[in-house]
Write a protein that binds this ligand. Structure first.
Ligand SMILES: Cc1cc2nc3c(=O)[nH]c(=O)nc-3n(C[C@H](O)[C@H](O)[C@H](O)COP(=O)(O)OP(=O)(O)OC[C@H]3O[C@@H](n4cnc5c(N)ncnc54)[C@H](O)[C@@H]3O)c2cc1C
Length: 441
């Protein structure tokens, strides 16, 4: 039902999944509110985190809140006739090296969790490296001897959740963009970045673009993913870093051979590989990642104060960049054990994919604590995409002050704690990109 005192105008900065999903939610709940969505580029934004060949859709979280929300969202994706055309129920195998430690614990919790919640016929347990290998290459496949990759095996045990899927994220974002365009109350302003939030006496009154144009609105939402700390002082609650992704071309025969493989990931090494899609295989590693520290004017103060933050350096800003050598080595090291015939194949292309990370891997969906009429929806932390159909409603609930208390607490500004393993990465600190960056020759 339309709420009488909802603002007449809203500016949303950022047309990734947070921004587009929220724009649609506002248009449906408050059709008389004018919504302006602003982005540096037109969606699907090629260097944004939401536009990608594939994203995993899975509900097998250890955290019961994300598990419930992800299951609800997955059902909506499956029921959506447009998204469903780009959705593939491949299943997903979670492997690990089986050695005692954090990753084995996360792996065990994950398995217990799916066993508790799901029909046992949707879970395939693998107790040996052979079983993990055969889940990709078929029953006749033979393991590569350890001597060929020169270290102990790391793909030792696993389980496949047959309910998990992947989706063409770029096409899905395009669908959401088109849905927004079809709403008479939503307008887009793409091509010029926002430079600052426009404030008057501590109240946000819209934004100022880099070309000096001013866009006024009663309420402003910052949903700028890994760029968020350039517009808002997030006080270290969120940081931007990037992880390596690479694509390999595969032949039609190889596509046929691996067409039934599940998405396969290793909790211990962070490696993740997708089945062939459009004659390509995509792999990535949830590595400690890379940061790009820059000095910028303080986003919220008008004096000459400067701050240091990490900001995305992308295929748009630096089109000749390729992933660092050590990142390539780590991907190939995993391929040597798991997909030996691809291990020495040239990558068709690579990129660093930027993440907006919070220490707990919980999103930040909250009012700004110091600037009134300003809201933030960011901190996707490597796992927010799957909530596309529902995240906008929850951001809107938050803007209306009606977010369920357990979610309000989870996504509060200032939440402290440790990563509970919702999108676990291997240990280590992000490296400064400028020291390891490489360019296409
Ligand atoms: C390698 C990788 C794998 C992932 N895998 C999964 C997965 O399998 N499943 C899953 O659920 N999630 C996954 N995620 C996470 C998911 O993709 C993100 O959490 C989600 O896409 C973040 O969306 P967003 O809207 O916050 O950011 P974005 O999509 O980056 O949107 C932010 C937008 O803000 C715009 N912007 C920035 N600054 C400005 C400015 N000053 N002015 C105007 N516009 C601006 C940008 O151009 C951009 O379009 C993964 C992430 C990565 C990096």
């Amino acid at each position: 039902m339309e709420q009488a005192n909802f603002p007449e105008s809203v500016v949303i900065v950022g047309a990734g999944i947070f921004g587009l999903s929220t724009a649609l939610a506002i248009a449906r709940r408050h059709p008389t509110t004018r919504v302006t969505v602003i982005d540096r580029l037109t969606p699907p934004v090629e260097d944004g985190t939401s536009a990608e060949m594939t994203r995993c859709i899975r509900a097998d979280y250890a955290d019961p809140i994300y598990a419930r929300l992800a299951a609800e969202s997955q059902m909506l994706i499956e029921a959506d006739p447009d998204l469903r055309r780009h959705y593939f129920k491949s299943g997903m195998t979670f492997a690990c090296d089986g050695k005692p430690g954090r990753f084995l614990d996360i792996w065990k919790r994950g398995l217990e969790n799916v066993k508790m919640r799901q029909d046992p016929t949707t879970i395939v347990e693998m107790n040996t490296p052979e079983e993990v290998f055969k889940s990709i290459h078929g029953p006749a496949a033979e393991l590569v001897p350890e001597s060929e990759f020169g270290r102990e095996r790391q793909w030792n045990i696993g389980y496949c959740n047959l309910n998990d899927a992947f989706i063409d994220a770029t096409e899905s974002v395009r669908i959401y963009y088109q849905r927004c365009l079809a709403e008479p109350s939503i307008a887009f302003r793409c091509g010029t970045p926002v430079s600052r939030i426009n404030k008057s006496n501590g109240v946000a009154v819209g934004v100022i673009l880099e070309d000096g144009n001013v866009i006024n609105a009663e309420t402003t939402l910052i949903a700028t993913g890994a760029w968020s700390n350039s517009l808002v002082d997030l006080e270290g609650l969120m940081y931007s870093s990037a992880i390596e992704v690479a694509w390999l071309k595969v032949t039609e025969d190889e596509t046929e051979r691996w067409k039934n493989m599940p998405i396969t990931t290793n909790m211990s090494t962070g490696f993740n590989i997708f089945p062939p899609y459009n004659c390509e295989i995509k792999c990535l590693r949830r590595s400690p990642g890379y940061c790009n520290t820059v000095t910028i004017p303080h986003p919220e103060e008008d004096d000459s104060k400067m701050i240091e933050i990490s900001l995305p350096r992308t295929m748009v800003t630096n089109p000749t960049d390729i992933i660092p050598a050590e990142a390539e080595d780590a991907l190939r090291d995993n391929l040597r054990e798991l997909m030996p015939s691809l291990a020495n194949r040239e990558f068709d292309r690579t990129k660093l994919c930027w993440l907006s990370q919070t220490p707990t891997a919980d999103f930040i969906i909250a009012p700004h604590p110091r600037i009134r009429k300003l809201h933030v929806a960011t901190g996707g932390s490597g796992h927010a995409w799957k909530f596309l159909p529902i995240i906008g409603n929850m951001v809107l609930d938050s803007m209306e002050g009606q977010l369920h208390s357990e979610l309000m607490e989870k996504w509060a500004w200032g939440r402290q704690g440790k990563d509970g393993g919702n999108a676990p990465r291997v240990d280590g600190k992000a490296k400064e990109l400028q020291y390891v960056v490489r360019s296409k020759s």
